[in-house]
Design a protein around this ligand. Structure first.
Ligand SMILES: *[C@@H]1O[C@H](CO)[C@@H](O)[C@H](O)[C@H]1NC(C)=O
Ligand SMILES: *[C@@H]1O[C@H](CO)[C@@H](O)[C@H](O)[C@H]1NC(C)=O
Length: 351
């Protein structure tokens, strides 16, 4: 059986003998000792089967490398002079001790449990493992590795509506050191559902300004009856930057009634527990265009004068008809200079 290190050994030394690993900090001076040979032994060294080209120093059975970097990684072998018998094989790994990992916890399966995930902002170049400890009300909770996600674990809520905070300690460990991050939170602050699913938007026949939007609650949310979700819908025509929003409690469909005729819309939905936590991410965007009369009269495709700004109340009423809004911008300023009579004539002319 050849593991990876042995395999490398097979290639470079033509001899399957397990190399020992030596881990060293990037930037340090490294000493490799050839087996347990005495100080007056004379040895020569090879790396990856060739002479050591990096700057180095020989001190009897020791090879000293200065200010190592990733280029010094490799399989080092030493041979005792004068017969050239191989005495040792060392796999040198250059790396960095871990720094405090970044940790976040979230419950998308409230009230069943939550998960915590972590990552390192800086690479360590050598294998780094993580230990996770979760405390609640002075008890250590069982932590399960997530089978689908690296750097993630799952925890069951030991009770619901608990006022005790949860304390999560993640420790990154490698051959060169360890570092921990501890975060503390209340149950209610980490609740964030997954986005709604199967969002569809369909035109309504004979209605040029409506779109029927429907969706399903996220499948991961375990108990929709006892822990209902509310929803937030946003939509805009592709050609505009500004979203319009509608908040809906307890409904998984909504009819947009103020769509611009003939314009393609982009629509997304988010979900939130009705009482606690934060909004989910937006669902995958769906596109839809309201029903268009067929055949398309050419005149209806000429530019519609969209207002360039809308009031930015966070949740504008869905049924505030856009057409009733006064035109904004240059056109509006221009119009105020005309008398009502002229205005009438102008409108007649325009239509
Ligand atoms: C030795 O080989 C490894 C693997 O191919 C390579 O990454 C490393 O840079 C080599 N080391 C030296 C000192 O040539
Ligand atoms: C986190 O866990 C590590 C490893 O078990 C431990 O050394 C460290 O003291 C813990 N930190 C806190 C704040 O509990």
């Amino acid at each position: 059986l050849c593991n990876l290190t042995e395999y490398a050994c097979c290639i470079y030394c033509y001899n399957c003998k397990v190399a020992r690993n030596q881990y060293e900090r990037m930037g340090s001076d490294v000493t490799m000792q050839c087996g347990s040979l005495d100080n007056d032994a004379s040895v020569s060294w090879k790396v990856n089967g060739t002479d050591v080209k990096a700057q180095h120093r020989l001190e009897g059975p020791r090879l000293v490398l200065n200010e190592v970097d990733l280029g010094h990684n490799g399989l080092y072998s030493c041979f005792q002079n004068p017969h050239g018998e191989r005495r040792d094989t060392i796999y040198l790994h250059i790396g960095i001790p871990p720094r405090d990992p970044t940790v976040t916890c979230r419950s998308n399966t409230y009230p069943k449990g939550f998960y915590c995930s972590w990552h390192q902002l800086h690479p360590t170049y050598i294998p780094t493992t993580f230990e996770v400890d979760v405390q609640h009300n002075q008890r250590s909770l069982e932590v399960q590795k997530d089978p689908d996600h690296k750097n993630r674990c799952r925890v069951r809520f030991p009770e619901v509506f608990s006022s005790y905070p949860y304390k999560v300690n993640v420790t990154a460990v490698n051959a060169l050191g360890k570092a921990s991050t501890t975060i503390s939170f209340e149950e209610s602050s980490i609740v964030k559902p997954d986005p709604p699913e199967r969002v569809t938007a369909t035109p309504i026949r004979f209605n040029a300004r409506r779109l029927e939007v429907s969706w399903q609650s996220p499948a991961t949310w375990p108990d929709i009856d006892n822990f209902p979700l509310k929803y937030f819908l946003r939509y805009r025509p592709l050609i505009r930057e500004q979203w319009q929003h509608v908040e809906l409690s307890d409904s998984t469909s909504h009819t947009i009634t103020d769509a611009y005729a003939g314009k393609e819309y982009i629509i997304q939905v988010a979900a939130k527990d009705t009482e606690i936590g934060t909004w989910s991410d937006w669902s995958v965007a769906v596109h839809a265009t309201p029903w268009i009369e067929d055949p398309l009269p050419i005149t209806s495709t000429t530019e519609v004068d969209f207002p360039t700004e809308t009031k930015t109340s966070p949740i504008p009423s869905s049924n505030a008809p856009q057409k009733a809004e006064p035109p904004v911008g240059r056109a509006a300023r221009l119009l105020t200079f005309f008398s009502p009579l002229l205005l009438g004539m102008l409108l007649l002319f325009m239509w």
